[in-house]
Design a protein around this ligand. Structure first.
Ligand SMILES: CCCCCC/C=C/C(=O)SCCNC(=O)CCNC(=O)[C@H](O)C(C)(C)COP(=O)(O)OP(=O)(O)OC[C@H]1O[C@@H](n2cnc3c(N)ncnc32)[C@H](O)[C@@H]1OP(=O)(O)O
Length: 393
């Protein structure tokens, strides 16, 4: 069996290396004619592929192959190979998946992909910033791609990774980019001793010209967009909970596929204490995950769960000893990231799709209720109390 697999792998690689190679349908750029690569750029990129220092792996080679075919011959126009002709069938599938993508757009995508591959093969960093991704506006979020994993790291350890308005925008952009990049898995984690202390309560102190009402309106719109990105995220999404988690960083966990936590983590949703109400679709996902009375204890009374309790309730997938947490979790994720990405994406789709409409409706309702809550005396007093250091949750 091993011999067969080895022969198959060798044939597969040489088959692909012999032809110029290419992007998942999801990752393709839709560009206006003025921005498209010239034939010369394309020819250069075809030559560049042969000079790559590192083998980009079969999946990328397959993407290159399909884009090359689309760019030079247009949409797939040859009969589908038989089931047992594995290699040619896989290549045909990749080309066919590009549908009616124009030759010009395929050429551009090919050039972009080769340029990303050239940049990354020259990068000396073991955890290189994703070359194809616009980096976040502030240092409070760090996005890297390595070993088929895109990691979005909250990086405000001095403030326990509390989420500023800019960070919400940056996370949205990072998720949108990750949904189209070449990684198989996307991870959200934190720097320092906390995973995240939730919404930065000073967000509420920056009143715009329209006053409290306008602040609540725009925060609700941002919240809705933010949560929608998690609902719609197409690839496996994993939370690596490296320490305590508060507020919105807990509620959105119900939208992740897998949640790994250190035994130092805790899970706290003190919404009533803050005069607020649940978000992140937790009013729907938590009762589903843990039953209505356990969910009520967390969401109404702000009961803080230990990592072990959260695991017993089904909110956390597995708890690891803090001393070996990073090593164990990343080793496991690296192994998972080698699984066929399309299979994982399609399986996620089957698992999640029938819930999507409901989740969007819940998100809209939660955001609209919060818009009112943020203008209430209960909420204003709780935030003033935190800011004046009278209260710690
Ligand atoms: C677009 C808007 C969408 C909004 C969505 C709705 C979201 C709701 C929520 O997320 S509700 C939850 C909000 N979070 C909190 O209420 C937590 C508040 N923080 C605390 O209670 C504590 O800081 C702590 C328990 C997280 C940690 O306590 P401790 O270990 O004692 O550390 P410090 O308190 O000294 O914290 C260090 C430093 O960080 C600042 N900080 C921590 N969390 C927040 C925060 N959420 N907002 C603002 N600032 C925070 C803290 O003030 C300290 O700052 P300092 O060093 O004093 O300058």
């Amino acid at each position: 069996m091993a011999g067969l697999a080895g022969r198959f792998a060798r044939r597969w690689c040489s088959g692909l290396l012999g032809s110029p190679l290419q992007v998942p349908a999801l990752g393709l750029h839709v560009l206006g004619p003025a921005m498209l690569a010239s034939q010369k750029d394309f020819n250069n990129a075809v030559s560049q592929v042969k000079l790559l220092k590192e083998d980009p792996g079969n999946e990328v080679k397959l993407k290159l192959y399909a884009l090359y075919k689309q760019a030079t011959e247009g949409p797939c126009n040859v009969p589908k190979p038989g089931m047992l002709d594995f290699i040619n069938k896989t290549k045909w599938d990749a080309w066919n998946a590009l549908g009616s993508l124009s030759k010009e757009a395929a050429r551009q995508n090919y050039v972009d992909l080769v340029s990303r591959l050239s940049a990354s093969s020259e990068s000396p960093s073991p955890e290189a910033p994703a070359a194809d991704r616009k980096q976040p506006e502030s240092d409070s979020l760090v996005v890297t791609s390595e070993d088929g994993i895109t990691t979005i790291r909250l990086n405000r350890p001095a403030k326990k990774n509390a989420l500023t308005t800019q960070m919400y925008h940056d996370i949205i952009a990072a998720l949108q980019a990750a949904s189209k990049d070449e990684s198989a898995i996307t991870v959200l984690t934190g720097s320092g001793d906390y995973y995240c202390s939730g919404n930065d309560l000073t967000n509420f102190t920056h009143l715009p010209a329209g006053g409290l009402e306008e602040m609540a309106r725009s925060a609700a719109a941002l919240l809705r967009d933010f949560v929608n990105c998690f609902i719609d995220f197409p690839k496996p999404l994993v939370a690596v909970v490296n320490g305590p988690a508060v507020g919105i960083s807990v509620t959105i966990l119900g939208l992740f596929d897998v949640v790994y936590a250190t035994d130092r983590a805790s899970f706290h949703t003190p919404f009533s204490h803050l005069g607020q109400s649940p978000e992140g679709c937790s009013s729907y996902t938590f009762p589903k995950i843990m039953g209505s009375s356990k969910a009520a204890e967390m969401l109404l009374f702000g009961k803080k769960l230990t990592a072990q309790e959260a695991c017993a309730q089904g909110l956390v997938t597995e708890v690891f000893p803090d001393g070996t947490f990073q090593k164990e979790v990343w080793a496991r994720l690296k192994a998972y990231s080698k699984l066929p990405p399309n299979a994982m994406r399609i399986s996620k789709q089957i698992i999640r799709n029938r819930e999507k409409e409901k989740l969007h409706a819940v998100n809209a309702e939660e955001s609209s209720v919060l818009r009112e809550r943020w203008q209430s005396d209960e909420c204003m007093n709780a935030i003033a109390s935190f800011l004046s250091r009278k209260a710690k949750l």
